[in-house]
Ligand binder design. Sequence first.
Ligand code: LHQ
Length: 268
Amino acid sequence: MSAENGTARLAVDEGVATLTLNRPERLNAFTRQMHAELREALAVVRRGRDDGSVRALVLTGAGRAFCAGQDLGDRKPAADGSPPDLGASIEENYKPLVLALRGLEMPVIAAVNGVAAGAGASLALACDLVFAARSASFIQAFSKLGLVPDTGGSWILPRLVGSARAMGLALLGERLPATQAAEWGLIWQCVDDDALMPTVREVAIRLASGPTRGYARTKQALWASINNDLETQLDLERDFMRELGRSEDYREGVAAFGEKRAPRFTGH
Ligand code: LHQ
């Protein structure tokens, strides 16, 4: 588990892992150290899924921001003055981060407590469910630096809000308030600032006591549907249903329905 004073803090409680980006003085901007600590924390979360102690993940930011994207001061210019290889940074850090979140076999929830800019916005949108505080906002800051939306941003934006709005967001780089993000369908829900963490916690605990395997396949199926044709998706549903029909949680769900009681899911 990451150190309490690290740049990525991990805490586990009631089956919910909470991963907090922790560089509040730099609005939780990513550094190489933070990426390394995030990788370490996500490995702990994966082990927690294996031993049953973690069944939902919440991602949030310390202080007044969610994440301001790449730390623009973290990269020292090369001694010979040659330009940086941003592609290498994507390959080593950002791409594995998105794939790790997408591959986690549990629901991943973003609690966007403040501004989410650049790769910070993309990180939030890579989560399965996004809640944002009313005062939060999303900024596609890349265009102001002459860059392209990364960390999956160019893939997810048009899929969430359509190409007209995606293009406007990406080219203009204007601040999108959380309320409008919810109206546009960029995120699941916008809640009052004070209600953000209690709401997310309540949802995360509910999900962590649910049929985790079913949730994992549901998230996998929905993300896969974006690229699949109908027949491929029907085949995927068949395969997942075949697997889940043999699960303990399905048996428990059917038994609980018949006995008119609340199910006790174990995630198996
Ligand atoms: C920061 C940052 C920051 C360092 C605030 N870095 N210090 C790029 C390159 C390579 C590979 C991979 O991917 C990427 C993708 C990207 O993420 S590109 C986008 C990078 N991010 C940005 O361009 C956002 C830059 N930040 C801002 O525009 C503003 O800070 C926002 C709009 C987020 C918040 O504005 P304010 O609420 O007015 O806060 P502030 O600007 O005063 O920031 C507070 C402090 O945080 C300040 O430091 P200071 O010493 O003056 O108190 C900022 O310099 C620092 N900070 N973002 N990304």
